[in-house]
Write a protein that binds this ligand. Structure first.
Ligand code: ZN
Length: 472
């Protein structure tokens, strides 16, 4: 028996040694590739930070609290409110990414509940990540909060099942500074144990059609994250009370930590860590992206480049902490590393972003390239098309031209070998919008919104690509 085991152990260690020999050079190569990459200062970016202030004024909060108590009394009289039970409420996360966004993550957690009643601020972990008197949790959309809001990409869902005890809708939802907000759009849910959650700053006319008194399931759609009321950017304000009346003495901070003085355990089914370093998105742009208030946010998303273009490769982080290293790589269509560099976070950020202007090699190779980022032991990639303006078998001066440019209704084509040809129209972001056959009459642009498009003309074996501006 003993012998047998000794042989087993020997065989096992031999196998391990063999595996190590096999894997060592590989591990070493990966290690070296990251180590050797130079640090390259970004061309722009930094913290995405806006002034914080009260999500509700004291008057607003008192009015809401009184209205909700009146509603629950009326619902109880009508028999629409189940009696309070001793069930334990456990929250799931109250925001969800709409399908199709394709980012790794779409939010950061900015302000927690302030537990310091006298002076200064202190959240559940005894840190400063809140502002004075904050009674809820702010879940900020990040990056491109206004783009997300406009396109309904961040949904508010019920963190726990319950009954709708209040709804406010119809208020403007593009607040950019504190104090100008007026009333917010919000929905209020009472849970089986008598506790209640407030979901505020929602998008106008996005609230569930269910009326006050209706039940909602955990995870059910409630509305869209926006910036109604006292708000500077699209975010969800999530505020919880253990019971009526909705006053500070009944406040709950769902996060358990040693400086939580409102309750003694987490109300989350699975409490997220205090910091969660994450790459939210890896994107490419055709101009330096602009982050700001609704009219100042210009993403310049683009996944399509041609020689001579500057591609802006950008990374958007949640909880990028001081000293954390990101390794960034650009790969050619065959997967080879064309460029690799590192970035070291200069400080702690809740929401941060950095971008680099990239001049792709004018001689190619052409095809689908990728921009990838390794951060906190995870790698995320974004693909983009890099095409020559004229990608023909024999690359001569392009005989094909389109005009006028900018164009209104139609675009004429000059220099074709054959007619008709197949034409594809792409958005500036590289998304195929439609395909048409074009003959003598040219390319029809009616129906396209003003803006920049890519026109791809398939003339027999040859493919020609042009950028065209559709005028008003
Ligand atoms: Zn808030």
């Amino acid at each position: 028996m003993e012998n047998h085991c000794a042989i087993c152990a020997l065989a096992g260690s031999l196998v391990k040694a063999r595996l190590l020999v096999l894997f060592l050079p590989f591990i070493f190569a990966i290690h070296l590739s990251g180590q050797n990459a130079p640090a390259l200062p970004p061309d722009g970016g930094g913290a995405y930070q806006v002034d914080s202030g009260p999500c509700l004024s004291a008057v607003q909060r008192a009015e809401i609290a009184a209205g909700l108590v009146a509603n629950t009394a009326a619902l109880a009289r009508e028999g629409k409110l189940p009696p309070v039970s001793r069930s334990v409420v456990q929250f799931d996360w109250p925001v969800q990414m709409a399908p199709g966004l394709g980012w790794n993550n779409f939010y950061t957690v900015n302000n927690f509940v302030d537990h310091e009643l006298v002076a200064g601020v202190r959240e559940y972990e005894c840190g400063q990540r809140t502002y004075d008197g904050h009674l809820g949790i702010d879940i900020d959309l990040w990056p491109y909060p206004w783009y997300q809001k406009e396109n309904n990409l961040a949904r508010v869902v019920a963190a726990a099942p319950g009954v709708i005890i209040g709804k406010e809708d119809g208020n403007q939802d593009e607040s950019c500074s504190w104090g100008n907000g007026g009333a917010w759009n919000a929905i209020y849910i009472r849970h089986a144990d008598g506790s209640a959650a407030w979901y505020g700053h929602l998008k106008r006319n996005s609230l569930t059609a269910k009326p006050v008194g209706a039940s909602v399931a955990k995870g059910e759609y409630l509305g869209i994250v926006a910036s109604s009321g006292y708000s500077t950017w699209p975010h969800l304000h999530f505020e919880v009370y253990r019971a009526e009346p909705y006053v500070y003495d009944n406040l709950i901070d769902p996060y358990w930590g040693e400086c939580n003085f409102t309750n003694f355990e987490s109300w989350w089914a699975d409490q997220q860590p205090y910091r969660q370093p994450t790459v939210n998105a890896v994107l490419t742009h055709n101009a330096p992206p602009e982050i700001g208030c609704v009219q100042d946010e210009n993403p310049y998303f683009s996944d399509y480049f041609t020689p001579g273009d500057m591609a802006y490769a950008a990374v958007y982080f949640r909880d990028q902490l001081q000293g954390m290293v990101s390794t960034l790589r650009i790969r050619t269509p065959n997967g080879a590393i064309w460029n690799e560099w590192t970035h070291i976070s200069p400080e702690d950020y809740t929401s941060s972003w950095w971008y680099w202007g990239i001049g792709l090699p004018t001689s190619g190779p052409f095809g689908t390239w990728s921009f990838e980022v390794t951060f906190n032991n995870e790698t995320h990639a974004h693909f983009f098309e890099y095409e020559s303006l004229v990608s023909t078998a024999s690359v001569e001066a392009s005989p094909v031209a389109v005009f006028p440019n900018p164009a209104r209704e139609t675009l004429s084509i000059q220099g074709l070998q054959e007619r008709p040809v197949i034409v594809e129209i792409y958005s500036a972001a590289g998304q195929l919008l439609f395909r048409q056959e074009a003959g003598e009459e040219g390319i029809r642009l009616s129906g396209l919104a003003p803006g920049m498009y890519l026109v791809k003309i398939m003339d027999g074996e040859a493919v020609y690509t042009s950028r065209v501006v559709k005028a008003d």
